[in-house]
Design a protein around this ligand. Structure first.
Ligand SMILES: Nc1ncnc2c1ncn2[C@@H]1O[C@H](COP(=O)(O)OP(=O)(O)O)[C@@H](O)[C@H]1O
Ligand SMILES: Nc1ccn([C@@H]2O[C@H](COP(=O)(O)OP(=O)(O)O)[C@@H](O)[C@H]2O)c(=O)n1
Length: 407
């Protein structure tokens, strides 16, 4: 896989559109051909899992100069109902080698994948051909393609709202119910969640403070010091009670992974609600982590592709308990890497991606900063531990009207 490039939008050519010039398709430079594989199965969990498996199979089959990119297909007049996921493969050596390499994959999935090929014709225009798998696979009539502007809403954003982030507990539970229909532990947890949800707007005696930031910014260090200084309860999202499932969910497609972290946030919300009756509560990661990582993963290319400020992706779920204060710790990339090396703990796939992809890291941090109601108070955490602690403690004391004697 290559680092996610800026999205390119195209459609089949219509006679009244201006003909595209070759430089409009830099990825189809001379000799390069492309193919797309689009998943047509409409069951979103099945499709999400197939998309992940397909990506792994393509990566294995197409080692070398091939580039595998993410692709969405949609009908502009009905984007929500027609959005399909897939891959766009660039082959520098022309079409023959790729057909041989993909033969097994295409035969195995011929009923659930739409396969198309793309190339330049003699006039340098770009043509697309749908493949017919009735009997032996072969190309149908080609059609002209044209690049178009980014549609509004963008399919990437729609995909976040539909499949990568959950803004209601009911949506989280619906996904888990469908995936684990026969797992008694999950079912039992779901029933408990439905019955025992606390009143999210209920009165709290003590403040709730969330500490957010990329891995290695010093959240665990800070939350422990704050816990001691404020005599607070310290909670983590995802919570301990579902941590045995974490590894399994981290290996699942983002639809399921986010449902897991979403569930974690709602369980933590109930724990917060209870704990805040008798002490201040410090929370190490919460909704903003789930949202910022999801947005950073799903949005391709540079920072300018992030949804604009105040977009609905940055809003807090209506049925999730809100904290009183959210602190976002930021440090330079170099400092963060040094701290993570020193710590040397196991990393999630996303954390590994964060290390290798600076653009992704910037998008996650920018998404954090755009979160609203509550937004994040950004704290530069590159100084020594004591200074970071003092800075945050003074913000907490001011904001939550707390007095601590030993600052
Ligand atoms: N302000 C700081 N200056 C230097 N090192 C720090 C600072 N805060 C944390 N560390 C160290 O950096 C590493 C990562 O910190 P940690 O609190 O585990 O981060 P996180 O929970 O955000 O992943 C740990 O080894 C920790 O001791
Ligand atoms: N509430 C949460 C917490 C973590 N996460 C995910 O969990 C990963 C980081 O969690 P972690 O516990 O390993 O992070 P650290 O506490 O080690 O910094 C990221 O990939 C996030 O996407 C989430 O989505 N929602």
């Amino acid at each position: 896989f290559v680092a996610v490039p800026n999205p390119v939008y195209f459609t089949s050519f219509e006679s009244n559109l201006i003909r595209e010039r070759p430089h409009e398709w830099p990825m189809l430079s001379k000799g390069v051909c492309a193919h797309s594989l689009c998943i047509t199965n409409t069951d979103r969990i099945y499709a999400a899992r197939l998309h992940k498996t397909l990506g792994q199979k393509l990566a294995l089959a197409l080692q070398g100069d091939y580039k595998i990119l993410r692709l969405f297909s949609y009908l502009p007049w009905e984007m929500d109902g027609s959005l399909q996921m897939g891959y766009f493969v660039l082959s520098p050596q022309g079409p023959s080698s790729i057909h041989a390499r993909l033969a097994d994959i295409l035969v195995e999935h011929q009923k659930e994948i739409r396969f198309c090929s793309y190339r330049r014709d003699a006039e340098e225009d770009v043509q697309g051909c749908l493949w017919d798998f009735n009997g032996e696979g072969k190309e149908q009539e080609p059609c002209q393609l044209a690049r178009i502007e980014e549609p509004d809403p963008s399919p990437l954003v729609l995909n976040i709202m539909r499949s990568a982030l959950f803004y209601k507990l009911e949506d989280v539970l619906a996904v888990l119910r469908q995936c684990f229909a026969s797992d008694p532990q999950v079912l039992c947890l779901q029933e408990k969640m439905k019955k025992e949800r606390k009143d999210i707007d209920g009165k709290r005696n003590f403040p709730v403070i969330v500490i957010e930031g990329l891995d290695g910014t010093g959240k665990s260090t800070l939350t422990k010091s704050l816990q001691d200084a404020l005599n607070a309860t310290l909670l983590n999202s995802p919570p301990e009670c579902i941590s045995p499932w974490r590894k399994a969910f981290d290996d699942e497609p983002s639809l399921l992974r986010r449902a897991y972290y979403g569930l974690g946030n709602y369980i933590v919300a109930d724990q917060i609600s209870e704990a805040a009756q008798s002490s201040p509560v410090i929370v190490d990661r919460y909704w903003h982590s789930t949202a910022a990582y999801s947005i950073g993963t799903e949005i391709g290319g540079g920072l300018h592709n992030l949804p604009a400020h105040h977009h609905e992706v940055y809003q807090w779920p209506k049925d999730l308990l809100k904290p009183d204060l959210v602190i976002l710790l930021t440090v330079s990339d170099e400092e963060r890497m040094q701290r993570m090396c020193k710590r040397g703990l196991a990393k999630t796939v996303e954390e590994k991606e964060l290390e290798s992809n600076s653009l992704f890291r910037q998008k996650v941090e920018e998404a954090y900063k755009r979160m609203e109601r509550p937004g994040c108070v950004v704290v530069d955490a590159s100084g020594p531990k004591k200074r970071v602690f003092n800075d945050v403690l003074s913000i907490v004391c001011d904001h939550c009207n707390i007095h601590v004697s030993n600052t």
